[in-house]
Design a protein around this ligand. Sequence first.
Ligand SMILES: Cc1cc2nc3c(=O)[nH]c(=O)nc-3n(C[C@H](O)[C@H](O)[C@H](O)COP(=O)(O)O)c2cc1C
Length: 381
Amino acid sequence: MNPVNIDDMRDLARRRLPRAVFDFLDGGALDELTLHANRADFERIFFRPRVLVDVSKRTLATRIFGVEHKLPIVLGAIGSLGLLARRGEMLVAQAAEKFGVPMCLSTASVCSIEEVKGATTRPFWFQLYVGREREVAQELMERAASANCPVLVFTVDQAVSSRRERDARNGLTFPMRITPYNILNMLINIRWLWDVLLGPPLDLGNYRKPGERSRNVLTFPQRAAKTQDPSKTWKEVDWVRSIWKGPLVIKGLLTPEEARRALEHGADGIVVSNHGGVILDGDPSTISVLPAIADAVGGKTKIFLDGGIRRGQDVLKAISLGADACFVGRAYAYGLAAAGEAGVLRSLQILESEMSATMALLGRNHVSELDRTALMPTNPP
Ligand SMILES: Cc1cc2nc3c(=O)[nH]c(=O)nc-3n(C[C@H](O)[C@H](O)[C@H](O)COP(=O)(O)O)c2cc1C
């Protein structure tokens, strides 16, 4: 199958992955209301095209924190990409380098910061979780700085873990529940079994001390719990700010008050994000809250948005409503699961061609020309 859009890529990922792994990537919290709202609200926004404009020299190139990238897109932090393809994080970093967009490596990745650094010459961003052990977070920041990561993305929307019912049904819990169905399902996905499960040991590489042997894949949920600390407050933002010298982006904000507060605490950017519908079911869609946040802090900080981006048009809608660029999550992760590095590249090409054609039809030559006049005034947000 030749994937012509991100939904095709998702179908390929579904065929390639064991059920439990696909559901971990694809699913959301509880009733998945937020997961679906992220998409549905994009689908209710319509463009206001402009014709007879010379768009023959249009470009999608965008400067983010002083660096020019091919698209206004960041490959956002997805934990455990190494479960989707062997050494998945390294493959994503290599695709990001070939294509010319930034990748943001998750704290909860299978490959460590140092392994990813060894796989690419293009600087990648690092996403930080601050758990109970502050010294671990401090060490992660130091390791990211030593690896020349230019930007730190501090994720703040995960005070506790959410209940993901697909994972609960599939036994992806702590402790993991291994059932005959799970085992059979893994065994029949021969390509995945060979590529991932029989590959190098799987654990969360950033939590391994230098020289420490890899832990068993069954320690995943226990280690993932280390990313959380329900006692965290804005003091931790100050603490991170005091250590991290480069651009700091706060990820997981949905209200103008908190966006303003992030600026007061020294953030250089924010990600309007509901974690892809994975954390609080009932969060609003990100695109619906973007305009009020852009009104509050636009121009004073970089605004990124993620959640539900499956078409190049979604990125352009977000930019028209005040985002500087978008993070994509599942859109590239489906590509990784479907076909490794080539799949990530294909996802990016799909988004790029959709964006390029849409820019032409909107009569815009550069994304900086996009504002609310590119959308119908009656759109819901
Ligand atoms: C399986 C999965 C794992 C994720 N892991 C992380 C993570 O480790 N750190 C983080 O900040 N966000 C994480 N996120 C949230 C993404 O960075 C991003 O906010 C979300 O995927 C955007 O929505 P989209 O997938 O619809 O594009 C994860 C999301 C999913 C679906």
